[in-house]
Design a binder for this molecule. Structure first.
Ligand code: IPD
Ligand code: CA
Ligand code: CA
Ligand code: CA
Length: 273
């Protein structure tokens, strides 16, 4: 059964093929539609009715206030009303609602729902992860050479991180079975959780992109660390997620090596101009 709080998933399913009012936020690549705002409004309204003392961190509320609140010890719902807005705008069916509950700064509940493909991923801390009610387990593949790896190539459009992003993409392509860049961080994490992919990496995310997915990966037996290999920080997410410890460590090393190569190229370029 679907959790009550996501019952307005029909809004997304009905709207995905139709016309949308599209606005841009930080740039041409950062889109928002009236449906992102509508879904967030309904979610917060419904959850607040049920849990009047709880706090909320929702993407569109934060964007309009232009202020990211601190995560406190209070129970806090971290909400992405539509993760994969660019996919949604293009009617590409890889889009979802992502909702997490953090208590004392620890992730307790994660819900990710793709209303188009009707895939509901859920997790509770200590109680495993599920797809449509059936338990899921992350991949046991430990070698990069046998892995399908996911990343976010779209950051190559941002001038100051273009070379770093492309360097990492090149490193992934040259070592893995294949790479995928799917446009929804939340769903990509769930695909790592269900062993459809072995690993995922991206920097430049926000808490709502990953909060639910990170718990789902961990509860499926997977591992999530910060890009430098340290502890993952929910409020400033830089993510390496993988099916197991061995592969996460391999990814940390691969990214370090790719960055060193990129920085070396920068130095050479600077010395020659
Ligand atoms: C985006 C997606 C995408 C990631 C972007 C996010 P949105 O979220 O998760 O995969 O690369 O950084 O902003 O804007 O579609 O909710
Ligand atoms: Ca967005
Ligand atoms: Ca998002
Ligand atoms: Ca969003």
């Amino acid at each position: 059964m679907k959790p009550k709080c996501i019952l307005q998933d029909k809004v997304i399913r009905d709207a995905i093929q139709g016309c949308k009012n599209i606005e841009t936020k930080a740039g041409d690549w950062d889109l928002v539609t009236e449906f992102d705002k509508k879904v967030e409004e309904i979610l917060i309204h419904n959850l607040a009715k049920e849990f009047p003392t709880h706090k909320f961190i929702g993407e569109e509320t934060v964007s309009s206030a232009n202020h990211l609140p601190e995560l406190t010890d209070n129970p806090t719902w971290i909400i992405d009303p539509i993760d994969g807005t660019t996919n949604f705008v293009h009617s590409f069916p890889f889009t979802c609602i992502s909702i997490a509950l953090a208590v004392e700064k620890e992730l307790e509940i994660g819900i990710v729902y793709n209303p188009v493909l009707e895939q509901l991923f859920t997790a509770r801390k200590g109680r495993g992860a599920y797809l449509n009610g059936k338990p899921i387990k992350s991949s046991s593949i430990e070698e990069l050479e046998h892995s399908l790896l996911c990343c976010e190539a779209s950051y190559a459009t941002i001038e100051n991180i273009r070379d770093i992003t492309l360097g990492r993409v090149e490193a992934f392509v040259s070592v893995a079975h294949g790479i995928r860049t799917m446009g929804s961080a939340a769903l990509t994490l769930c695909y790592v959780a269900m062993s459809a992919a072995e690993g995922y990496h991206t920097d430049n995310l926000m808490p709502w992109d990953v909060a639910a997915g990170v718990l789902i990966v961990r509860e499926a037996g997977g591992v999530v660390v910060d890009t430098n290999g340290g502890e993952f920080n929910i409020m400033a997410p830089k993510v390496i997620a993988a099916g197991n410890h061995k592969l996460v460590n391999e990814l940390v090393k691969l990214i370090k090596k790719a960055d060193a190569k990129t920085l070396q190229k920068r130095l050479i370029h600077e010395a020659t101009i």
